[in-house]
Design a protein around this ligand. Sequence first.
Ligand code: NAD
Length: 425
Amino acid sequence: MVADKHTSEEKHEEKHDVLKATQVVIHRALEKLGYPEEVYELLKEPIRMLTVKIPVRMDDGTVKIFTGYRAQHNDAVGPTKGGIRFHPSVTEREVKALSIWMSLKCGIVDLPYGGGKGGIVCDPRNMSFRELERLSRGYVRAISQIVGPTKDIPAPDVFTNSQIMAWMMDEYSRIDEFNSPGFITGKPLVLGGSHGRETATAKGVTICIREAAKKRGIDLEGARVVVQGFGNAGSFLAKFMHDAGAKVIGISDAYGALYDPNGLDIDYLLDRRDSFGTVTKLFKNTITNKELLELECDILVPAAIENQITEENAHNIKAKIVVEAANGPTTLEATEILTKRGILIVPDVLASAGGVTVSYFEWVQNNQGYYWTEEEVEEKLEKVMVKAFNNVYETAQTRRVDMRLAAYMVGVRKMAEACRFRGWI
Ligand code: NAD
């Protein structure tokens, strides 16, 4: 019984291999743009991938060895940039795919970066504050040779936050023997963080929702919105949608989902969620994440983890627009089904690019030692996201491709050109 279950889980993982899915779309995008096969050979995997073992003294005195990764996809355009994920299901292939998505995002919003990503296999929900600090510092020591303000700049991702960025910045600054705020973004404001960074991903998603709704003639006032995930991306997004007059009828976290057809009290939920984006545990009347995704609504925003909309549930999705705040929430098969059904998908590499955009603003501010107001950050973010959305939307229209392929075409072009000018291909 156990062996059978294992096999079917493995089959599921193989089928929903995010790296393979990304490579398929990169290949299609490069083909459409007329690049030769060697460009694909170069871009299908990160140019550099480091696996590290991190020994951590736990509070009970034992030593636990954690596995961590850092992937650098391509540094032709500039230093690589991307978050660090702390999650029990982190894998080498997932980190590789995430680094490729970062390259695409940086291309789409036109930042002077390539993509990078890191991850540690761990469950921070079951670790103490001090254990997390030791793990964060240990990871920086382990990867310090390949990262730095002009090499590879990390940031937060799932289950990491500004406190973890602060420890990591401090550890790097000790190794470097300089105060190095430009080593990492997503820091607390007092350590050189940027105004607007905490809400940047959600702001970017909100701008994409507004632009997509205009294209589909949907009025945001009263529109029914469902958000999967109530962490950094999902919770602020729910708040911004609520403030824009939309009705947020469903939200979820890793433990379940809440549904109210009359609209949820988002301010109350924001107030009650914990630092890992958990809130549903406080309620008795919950539904499942599966049920949440299939709710009758206008706008569906997956803002949690990968492979949530698959060929198994894509036929049951009732939203008119799916805006991917999470990385990789929709499989390629599901993308095809939703597109055929006339549902507009705003893909992850576009929709969630607000985070890396404001991370770039943070890095620029650190480098020049001059800091901007929240209004300045928001104004700049607005311009970048609107331009990126329209560029991808127009590419989809003129090249008669879906929004995901269009986004990949826009995202990969700059990187391929930079590789060509450098004489790599
Ligand atoms: P987070 O850790 O702040 O929150 C994650 C949320 O997802 C939590 O509510 C958690 O309970 C929920 N979740 C975890 N496992 C789940 C599961 N199996 N089913 C349902 N819900 C689950 O993370 P975040 O920073 O909000 O990131 C969410 C997604 O957005 C990720 O895909 C991340 O890569 C992407 N993203 C985040 C940023 C950013 O700046 N934070 C930027 C771009 C993309």
